[in-house]
Ligand binder design. Structure first.
Ligand SMILES: [Zn+2]
Length: 415
């Protein structure tokens, strides 16, 4: 099922089916409970209803209440906020309530790559520019795991052109905004707005291990990106690249690169010319990492800092339906990232059709085998659809979280 088949006008009758038969309520409730129902009860969950009606500071006492309200209100979007000191729904009007816990979240949006991608623009995405997302996930995952020791990261496709990461480790959920700010600052290598030409500076000779790890990942893709994005394919793109280079070196590099015809040739000439300059000691000390800085500027993750820092900032929930594309915001495994195709993600219409197909098929099988005595197996509706694999990814994530919760509980008991 392709994206083009989806008609947003159908949402009003597709969403009630999705919420009543397909949304993975028990897994969702288990996730936000983190082993204690009170965590779920104090969590802000907001709805956007058809016609842009926005309801904030809702909370639900249990899975049944949450499911009941989803089926009743049929939101086109569900957002998740923080866990508060009191149930958000019981807060007094016009009084502030304090967020006490929240996953550390990251939002990477293809939009922020428009200055470096040339294959698509705006909301479009294709396998060529998706490589930037793959790089971003791998770099972020490596840094969160190896530099901070975070293990429980839930990766979610946003439904159109981006990726969300929910860091759910206990230690991560408890950190305050100052720590979140420091963490984002650490991970934010690309500085300055689009009007700044050179946005990455690596001070000194020795590059930090976290950056080295990132560069190793970028190197796996960079030559292909140079070609696919045709990064010097227009006068403007070539000039933008030259602006990154210090004036003292720019002229000779430009003249050398002009000899190349394709972007790949130009990049290769740049590399050999710059290496040559390094060998001849013609590069000032503070520019020695220029090649690495350029690669980072083109391919290092572009993070939306505000989303990660604010405790009360909302982020779209996994398993939401994107109202424009009809795609489900599905969790995916970082190990299957290279195969993930954003244009092939299941849509609400597609999975509802899957149920019908499944039922037609099982009727046929039943007629063929004529085993009328056999008891019909109870199969959940989502198990009949292509949403199943995403739900399995989610369940596996929850199992890992559970294991850790149990072992830390036992640890406390011994103490
Ligand atoms: Zn593209």
């Amino acid at each position: 099922m392709t994206n083009n088949d989806f008609n947003p006008d159908n949402l009003s009758f597709l969403l009630p089916v999705y919420y009543s038969r397909l949304f993975p309520y028990s897994q969702f409730h288990k996730w936000l409970s983190y082993g204690n129902p009170s965590n779920f009860q104090k969590r802000e969950i907001s709805f956007t209803l058809l016609g842009d009606v926005y309801i904030r500071y809702q909370s639900f006492d249990d899975e049944a209440e949450f499911a009941g309200q989803l089926c009743k209100k049929i939101p086109v979007k569900i957002d998740i906020g923080a866990v508060y000191s009191t149930k958000p729904k019981q807060r007094r009007l016009n009084t502030q309530i304090t967020p006490v816990e929240k996953e550390i979240v990251f939002d990477i949006d293809m939009n922020d790559y428009d200055e470096v991608r040339n294959c698509c623009s705006g909301a479009e995405v294709c396998p060529k520019c998706w490589k930037f997302m793959v790089i971003a996930c791998r770099i972020l995952d490596g840094a969160l795991e190896e530099d901070f020791g975070f293990k429980h990261k839930l990766w979610v496709f946003s439904g159109r052109r981006g990726i969300h990461c929910w860091v759910c480790d206990k230690e991560a959920r408890k950190v305050n905004e100052e720590v979140r700010m420091a963490l984002v600052e650490y991970l934010n290598v690309i500085k300055g707005g689009v009007n700044v030409n050179k946005r990455v500076s690596l001070p000194g000779d020795k590059i930090h291990t976290s950056i080295m790890r990132a560069l190793k990942i970028i190197n796996e893709y960079f030559d292909v990106i140079v070609e696919e994005q045709d990064i010097f394919g227009s006068e403007e793109r070539f000039n933008n690249f030259l602006q990154i280079i210090d004036e003292d070196l720019r002229h000779s590099i430009k003249n050398a690169m002009k000899r190349g015809e394709t972007s790949a040739e130009k990049w290769s000439i740049f590399e050999t010319t710059f290496d040559d300059m390094l060998r001849k000691d013609a590069v000032p000390k503070h520019l020695k990492n220029l090649k690495e800085e350029i690669k980072l500027q083109y391919a290092y993750p572009r993070l939306d800092a505000n989303v990660s820092i604010g405790m009360n900032h909302l982020l779209k929930s996994p398993f939401c339906v994107h109202p424009k594309t009809g795609k489900i915001s599905i969790p995916f495994s970082i190990n299957e990232l290279n195969e993930f195709d954003p244009n092939n993600v299941c849509t609400i219409q597609g999975i509802i059709e899957d149920i019908d197909q499944y039922e037609i098929k099982s009727k046929e099988i039943k007629m063929e085998t004529e085993e009328e005595d056999a008891k019909p197996q109870k199969v959940k509706d989502y198990e009949k659809t292509s949403l199943l694999s995403a739900i399995r990814v989610f369940e596996q994530f929850l199992d890992e979280l559970d294991k850790d919760n149990r072992s830390s509980d036992q640890g406390n008991g011994v103490d």
